[in-house]
Every structure is written in structure tokens, then in C-alpha cells.
Design a binder for this molecule. Sequence first.
Ligand code: 2HG
Ligand code: ZN
Length: 594
Amino acid sequence: MENHKLAAAIAYRLLNQTKHSSNKIIHQRLLIPNFTQLNPLSSTSVAYLFALIQFVGFTRHYASVPLKRFLASYRWDLQKSSLIRMQSISAIHHRKFGSVASAVVQRNPNFSTINNDDLIYFEKILGAKKVIQDHEELETANTDWMHKYKGSSKLMLQPENTRELSQILEYCNSRRLAIVPQGGNTGLVGGSVPVFDEVIISTRRMNNIISFDQVSGVLVCEAGCILENLISFLDKKGFIMPLDLGAKGSCQIGGNISTNAGGLRLVRYGSLHGTVLGLEAVLANGSVIDMLGTLRKDNTGYDLKHLFIGSEGSLGIITKVSILTPPKLSSVNIAFLACEDYISCQKLLFQAKRRLGEILSAFEFLDSQAMNLVLHHLDGVRNPLPSSIYNFYVLIETTGSKESNDKATLEAFLLHAMESGLVSDGALAQDFSQASSFWHIREGIPEALMKAGAVYKYDLSLPVEKMYDLVEEIRTRVGTAANVVGYGHLGDGNLHLNVSAPQYDDAILSQIEPFVYEWTSRHRGSISAEHGLGLMKAEKIYYSKSSETVQLMASIKKLLDPNGILNPYKVIPSSLDVHMKSQPTICKLPWSTF
Ligand SMILES: O=C(O)CC[C@@H](O)C(=O)O
Ligand SMILES: [Zn+2]
């Protein structure tokens, strides 16, 4: 008890400092409504204060080492205590001092916590080596790629096949143990890490290629295959994957499909809703749904595989996939171009669609701020157009089967674009290494942003002609406090708006949100073009979907996962989470009625 008193005193002191810090918003939102109801010296209030202090980042930056240790152990207790009945705190992790506190959720009190019998059961069905409790491995699996979201799971399971996964889910469902499916953990919205103590189910061991048909181009494989391995496998067979992402070296096909990843070639090969021909998925109760067809055409009733594409593991875990892969064509050409203004980028896209037609395979853009970040933060990157600094850059790729024709078509297009003033400068890759270096600039932007400091990420679908207005408006709003960067898949109408700052700061965040979502909604865009909702945007869904649609989503979730154990706190807003006892009030937004 003495410890608690001491802790409370320290906590009070630290919290008083937060009053005047940039964490005012958290302070108001969390502390005031809850703390006044507590006895300040009770153990729960101490635990609450400690959780709050951890939340605002003091432990990482200001607390002394013994205090840090004390706080760390308290947090562990916190997971087991009944504190979660109060306003509890999602496991958002602060990479830099400051706050990214847009997601505050409550642990579902209906979920159990892992006990010894559970561990014995899992070891019995999987064997000890697939039941991971090692601190370091869990630390990695609990933390997302950006080091922004962090859970506190004590257990990761690594099933090797569908049967094992089915047994795990059946058991977790009967025990009300929440789970989070995890592939390569490269997501950007906190969807693939636990929020609290959910059991992590890794698909990494389910990584076999099952079959490949040379005639139809249909590849059947397990969910844990790494995208780059599939690309290399197909390359030897003379085929390519219909999707390509910067994260290909780590991301897994199951994760790609469950988030409906878009990537760099969507403009040519379409979304995964078109190229995924079949799936096998395991539901929350362990039943295996075999939809693993390989047919292009099958109109026998509802095409339920689509429910699992893009539902971020909230309806079932994908275990096998069948995917239509295009043949590898011999002529690939890549141009890196400079444009003076955004309107020229738009006109260039309009022209490219007409003049390059069926050979256009990528149309990406980046602004000068994105280019500067890459040049500054990534080793060995060179500007292919060094003679001047341009406002915008466009990367165009063509893929076709007629080598001399395709190159001539691209060259003619470029000449026309230069003559008409759309393009100010340009370079055509002369060999594979130059082509890779052009791609490296575009694909390296997320990494450069990470290296630059704290980053607020927005992945938006917007009408192409309006897209860059938003970047400029945000730039005006944040002023000199942050570097606003615009880039993305222009050919698909997908903007990656990133706001980069030395550290997270609520003053910056309040200039971006909710403005960015309101603006997107007003222009009938989507607040998530390709990254999903995850934890970051579950509560923001109404900006892009009508309340009736969201209600129907919640009903489907209830049907397939009645206990809500699959990837909780993600995708469906908490107000509609039928599994939560007390529900936070979410205002219906005026623009949610499409
Ligand atoms: O980091 C981002 O904002 C985008 C990541 C990815 O979707 C990309 O296109 O590079
Ligand atoms: Zn992207």
C-alpha cells in the first residue's frame, strides 16, 4: 500500500506537468471524466494514473529508471486487474514524446485472459515450438511497423496448417479468448497488432505453394507466403503477381488479401476483388469454409469470398488463396518525369490512359517534399533529374509484349507531353538497374518518412482533380510546424497524404483531424483507399459509409463471429460492437447519409 501511495504522489506530480503540456486534449478527455470519480489513493486509481502516464509518454522519456521499471510492472498488473471497467487505454505506443491519441478504446470485459490450462491445451495441439511466450518475439509481434501501436499480448501461436488453426479458433471461441491474426505485420493502421492482450495468431508457418497452372495462370498457395517469394516463384514460370507493394519483402499474401491491399499495379490489373478467384477461411467457431475455387466464372449464389477480402481478419482468418496471375511480358519501360504543377500531372494521366492504353501498368506521383525526404534520408538515392528542382514527379511504367513498339509508343507519348509543356524534364530507364532506382524513389517514401520523425498518415481516395487541393489546405493549416507530403497512386485516385513532424504533437493533430476526414467526406472520397481501417480509423467509418451500411456490417460480424473474438476493436465502430457492455457514444455525423 505504501508503494501505491508513493506511486500516486509521483503520478500526481507528473500529471500536473501534463496539464500544461501538449497533451491537454488527452488530459481533458481521459482524466477529468474519470478521475474525479475515483479515490485518489485506491490501487485502481493509482493503476489508472500510471496507465495514463504511460499513455502520455512520460515513462519513456522523463521517468527515472527505477520508476520506469515500477511502471512497467504495474502495466502488467493492469492487464489482469479490473481497471478495464473504467475508461481504459488502448495500447498506443509513443515513438516520440507526444500523442497520437485518436483511438481510445475499452477492453471488452467479456474476454477471458490466458491461463495455464490454455497454454497446456495449445502445447498439446501445436507442440511447444509453435506456442511462443518469449519476451523478445512477443515484443516484436506486439508492435506495428511504424512503432506507433503496441499491444501487450502474452502469447503468439503459429499454426502450421488449417486443421491446427481451426482447433485454435474453436478453443478460443469457447473460452472467449480474443485473437488478432498477423501476417507480415506491415500494416499502417494498427490492424495487425493486439490492442490489449489478444492472442496473436501468426500465419508465418503456413507458407506452402500448393499448385500453379501454367495454362490458366492460377496460383494456389497458403496465406503465409511472403509476397516477394511468390513473385520470384512466378518469375521462373514466366508469370507475375497482379499486385506489387513496397512491403513485398515482408508482407504475406493472406494479409494482403484480408486488407485488400492495392499497391503499385492496380491501375493495370485491378483490385484483389477481381484477381482472387478463391479462398479458404476459418471462422471464429473453427469451421473451415472452403471457397477455394479456381474458376473465372461461378455464379452459383452469393460470392462469399468477397466478405473476407478487405475485412481485416474481423470475419475469419484466410488460410489458402487462389489467385489469377498475369503472364510476364517481355517489354517493361519506366519513365521518371518532372511536372511544374499538379494540373500537368492530371493532364498527363489523362493523356497516358489514351496514348499508352493497354500497356500502361503504373502511374505514380510524388511532390517535391516527398522527393526531398527520400534524397535526404535514404542512402544511395540519386535524383534522376538533377538539373532543377521540380514541384512534382511522375513515374510511368508500361508493360507489353512488343519490345520495339512499346518503347516507341512511350517515347512518342513523352515527346508529345514535353512539346505540349506538360512535362518539364524526364528520364527513361536504360536498364534494369536504372528502372529499379526509379522505383526505389517511389517505394522508399514511407521509409524516408519514418526516418524523418513522427508521421501522421492518411490514405485517401479522392477525385483526381481535387486531390492536391487537400494537401495544400493541410499545408496552410499546419504552417511551419510540419512538413506536408503528397504522393501516391495517381492512376487509381489514391492520395497518400503524410504529415511529418519532429515529434507527435496534439497541436498539429488538431489542425489535421477531423478536417482531413470531413474534407474527404465532403468530396465523396474514402478515408481508407487501400490500408484499411484497423484501430486507427474504426471510429471514423461514418465519414465514408452510411449508417445503414455500417449497421449491416455489424450484423454480418455478429453472424460470423458471435462472441466478437476476431480482431476486436478494429473495423466496426465500438458503438456498434454488440459485444461491449458499455458503449461510448458516437455522434452520427451529418454527412454520413449518402
Ligand atoms: O506510407 C504511406 O502513406 C503509403 C504506403 C504505401 O501504400 C505506398 O503506396 O507506398
Ligand atoms: Zn499505397
